[in-house]
Design a protein around this ligand. Sequence first.
Ligand SMILES: [Zn+2]
Length: 142
Amino acid sequence: MGEPAKKRVPVVEGKPRISEDGEARLVGIKCGDCGKVIFTLANFCPNCSGENIEEVLLSTRGKVWTYTIVHVSYGSLIFEPPYAGAFVELEDGAFVHAPIVGCELEDIEIGMEVELEIIKAGEDEEKESVVFAFKPARAGLD
Ligand SMILES: [Zn+2]
């Protein structure tokens, strides 16, 4: 609103993928053999080894499948411990490992509905680098 958006670039290439207009989405594959949607860009299906795969944009919403509280940071300086590292099951069935942000740790529950959140990790004059996480889904949208 007002300020022109800086070009967004992912810290980890493709995670998320940023479109020309700045929309950030996770990308995975859908297997034409077993039907699974998987958060990977492999050339074959990790589930059934099928090669009948297509690249798909993954759902932006899902549920917390399980999570742990991370007390010791391994490498990431973007999320300061303690934070919740979760496996999120997206609406399309893909599983994504990502931090949960935007709520207190004690409010996180298995089964909680979450949505993709893009977080600025750093910036310079032209661009900002981003990583992805999930946050509690807002009710009443969609
Ligand atoms: Zn498969």
